[in-house]
Structures are given as structure tokens and as C-alpha cells.
Ligand binder design. Structure first.
Ligand code: ZN
Length: 315
């Protein structure tokens, strides 16, 4: 078998079957030669590492990931009417239901299609085509109105979302989602993903924090949904390059931040999102997606600046 063919096989079968494949190659090669057991071991080892390296280099090419046009990814938190006690800064994270509904309607009327993280991963790593006008809708922190308000609104247009769960917020009080609601979202084709145990800042983790903040809630979410949890979002959107290899070691395929530039060595673990602010009209959201998403330096605009932009066509 040629080297090129072997590489194609590995790409096809993926990393999980890599060990079995290498074992088979080694067995064929070794059985044909009268060599010592030490040499057999060394040959098998060399084959394993060389094929591992080739496979990894093929599946994750950071330059290739960085070169692809970024998909707009919107981040929502609470969906409720503002209270007098809400400050201006809070309104980045609190969107009134009427505004949220206008955002989602604008996306549908403008021909956007929601995509899920596996589609984004395949697009970024392999160039797998996406539907026209792709957008990803993400919801952080387990707020109950993401189920009671967002779910029905997304369903109206056949949209799917990604729910980044803070584990200790589940069933916390009447403002947060229940276990049954999270399971239902998963059963209905949405993606449930990890947003840590209790929203501790990723940049502040010490050795003792990794398992309780990342490992344990991920396993619990997998038990709750009966599906693998492959994606992660950083609390407050904050991350450090130093922590990315450790995060990857927990088996995540990709991680999502907010709007900082991506890490050039690991762009898949620092995928960008924008906060879809509560005071943005649908026209402002449309403007910001069209004009600013995907550039190295975000220049998100206020409603006033977005006004000259023509309103989206409403069918
Ligand atoms: Zn959060």
C-alpha cells in the first residue's frame, strides 16, 4: 500500500480507528520479516507516531481554519422585559421578548439558515459546504426564558440553537431551566454544550479547578442528554492561550468565546461570537452581521449609526 493511500485511509476512518489501523499495518509488515521483538516494537512505535502526526496535521490545519470566512454566531442570555433596576451594561445581556422575536424574524425573512457546531466544525476543518446565509444562535447560562420564549420562536422558522449550560444553574430557581427542559431541547435536535460548573473565569483556573469545572459537568450533561458533549463556551468570553491544550485534552472539538481575535495556534478553540444586544433593533443586528462580522477588528454600531442602512426586506 502506498503512503498516500494509507494517509487517505486514516483521513477517512478518523483518529479513533487510527490505532487499530496501525496495528494491522504493523502486523502485516512484521510477519513478513524475520526480525527481533525489540525491532518489531520500535517499528510499530515509529509507524504509530508518524501516522498520528500525519493524521493530526490533516484534520487540524490552523491556517486553513483562519482563512475561511467566519460564520456569524450570535450570543443571547436573558430574554425578558427590562426592569427599572437594569443598568445600561445589563442590556447587552437582556433582550426584551419583542426585540428577540424581531431578531429571529429578520433572520428568517432575510434567508438565514441556522447551523449547528458539527456543521461549523466540518466547514472550518474540511471546507464542507454550509447552507446559504449560515448563522449560529447560541444561548448561555441556562436561563429559563431560553426554553419558554426562544424555543417556540426558533421552532416557528425551523431554526435550531446551541445551549451552553452552567451546570449549577439547572433547577436553581424559577428563572432557570430544568433538567427535563434541557433534555427536551436536546431531543428536539438542538445542541447542549458545556459552559462550566458554576461560571468561574477560565483564566483563573488552577490545577484543582479543571475536573470540577470542566470534566464533571461535561460528563453529567452527557448523562442527562444521552449524547456526547463536544463543545464549550468560555465564561465571560474570557480565555488564555495557555489553557487551550488542557481544554482540548477533555475531548472538545471546538470552543466559543466572544469577540476577541482568535488564537492563531488554535482558532477552533477560540471561535468568535457577538453579543446580540438587547437594545439592537433587527435592523441593527442585520447591519452588524453584514458589515462587521468576520473582520479582525469588530466595529459594531449603535442603532443610530445603523439607521442609514436600508431595512431588511420583509416577505
Ligand atoms: Zn456565561
Amino acid at each position: 500500500m502506498s503512503w498516500q493511500k494509507a494517509r487517505r485511509w486514516i483521513k477517512f476512518y478518523g483518529s479513533k480507528s487510527q490505532f487499530n489501523l496501525v496495528t494491522k499495518f504493523s502486523a502485516i509488515f512484521i510477519s513478513a520479516k524475520p526480525i527481533t521483538s525489540v525491532a518489531k516494537y520500535l517499528i510499530a512505535l515509529a509507524l504509530f507516531y508518524s501516522l498520528s502526526y500525519a493524521s493530526q496535521a490533516q484534520t487540524i490545519n490552523s491556517a486553513e481554519v483562519l482563512s475561511r470566512k467566519q460564520v456569524p454566531i450570535l450570543c443571547y442570555h436573558q430574554i425578558r422585559d427590562w426592569r427599572k433596576s437594569d443598568k445600561k451594561v445589563d442590556k447587552d445581556y437582556i433582550i426584551p421578548p419583542a426585540t428577540f422575536k424581531a431578531h429571529i424574524k429578520m433572520l428568517a425573512d432575510s434567508g438565514y439558515h441556522t447551523i449547528l457546531p458539527d456543521q461549523l466544525f466540518d466547514y472550518l476543518t474540511k471546507g464542507t459546504p454550509l447552507p446559504a446565509k449560515p448563522v449560529m444562535l447560541t444561548f448561555d447560562d441556562t436561563d429559563g426564558d431560553q426554553f419558554t420564549v426562544a424555543r417556540s420562536e426558533l421552532m416557528k422558522y425551523g431554526f435550531k440553537g446551541v445551549y451552553f449550560i452552567v451546570f449549577t444553574n439547572i433547577n436553581k430557581n424559577k428563572y432557570y431551566m430544568t433538567r427535563a427542559q434541557i433534555r427536551q431541547l436536546s431531543d428536539e435536535g438542538n445542541v447542549i454544550a458545556c459552559h462550566t460548573q458554576d461560571h468561574t473565569n477560565f483564566k483563573k483556573y488552577t490545577d484543582k479547578d479543571w475536573e470540577p469545572q470542566i470534566g464533571t459537568p461535561t460528563k453529567k450533561l452527557e448523562r442527562l442528554t444521552g449524547k456526547p458533549v463536544n463543545y464549550f463556551a468560555f465564561p465571560f468570553g474570557e480565555w488564555s492561550s495557555a489553557g487551550l491544550p488542557k481544554l482540548r485534552s477533555y475531548g472538545f472539538k471546538a470552543a466559543f468565546q466572544l469577540s476577541l481575535p482568535r488564537d492563531h495556534n488554535d482558532p477552533l478553540m477560540t471561535i468568535r461570537r457577538i453579543l446580540s444586544c438587547g437594545y439592537w433593533t433587527a435592523e441593527t443586528l442585520d447591519y452588524n452581521i453584514k458589515h462587521d462580522f468576520g473582520r479582525a477588528q469588530l466595529r459594531l454600531v449603535s442603532n443610530a449609526k445603523a439607521k442609514p442602512e436600508p431595512a431588511p426586506v420583509v416577505k
